[in-house]
Design a protein around this ligand. Sequence first.
Ligand code: ZN
Length: 310
Amino acid sequence: MLKQIQGLHHVTSLASNAQSNNDFFTKTLGLRRVKKTVNFDAPNVYHLYYGDEVGTPGSVMTYFPFPGARRGSRGVGEVGVTGFTIPKGAIPFWKERLSSLGISGISEKSSFGEDRLHFLGPDGDQFALIESADDRAPWTGNGVSEEEAIRGFHSASMRLRDGGASAELLKFMGYEEVDKQGATTRFAVPGGNGAHVIDIEVLHGAGTADQGAGSVHHIAFAVDNREKQLEVRKALMDTGYQVTPVIDRDYFWAIYFQTPGGVLFEVATNEPGFDRDEDTAHLGEALKLPTQHAHLREVLESKYLEPIRD
Ligand code: ZN
């Protein structure tokens, strides 16, 4: 069993509009945009990162907003609900705030002994705010104070037709089965980074998800550094997983592999971080381009990347 993985690093999803995506995460949920860059493989599309002050691994929600992308449909083989931790007692604040801002799909639930507020993002993305004890420092502002602010991810919930092989994989990656409720089994990394819970929900008869706007594209797991990442890569490959070479993503190094249940996994390093090319005070303000796309700045800014109004 591996010991290098600390929990989630980031969750990356698809959107249909950069402006509404930006407004939802900054103005509605009160996160900080920590990076405004472009998709490495499609530089005419933004890659937007939201999180705490510095984009601490375990707090970072990222999006590829493909203008006008058709909406995905829910099913098995994907991450259903992305959960964020909020302090105990903060649900009434969020329920009132999300309702007053016209957010849809708001419902209160309780599972695994925790109160949760479910709601939908601009493209039907499924989110939950989950009340849980957490000592991570929040980003505050936009009408959200420390008593209510999001601390980072709580969990990601995978919806699978058959959870067995994915459960085995999670255990191999260092997760332990910690609880079970109905069709959902909860896994957690002991001593993890706060974003260290994964739920597997098994839905035998459900159809396969169709990826589009509002769908999670992949989830990334955090390791400290490149050395630990190489250890994880070797262990996965020795077990039979096809893992990509290490890819430099400017703010972390990444490896990717497809999992038995259909969810794309990444393992990303905590180094070098989002402040490697910007002052912490101005994180996420300027459009940053990967070196190989720097020569495209003029055409990208004038033709493809509609300016985002903050
Ligand atoms: Zn990623």
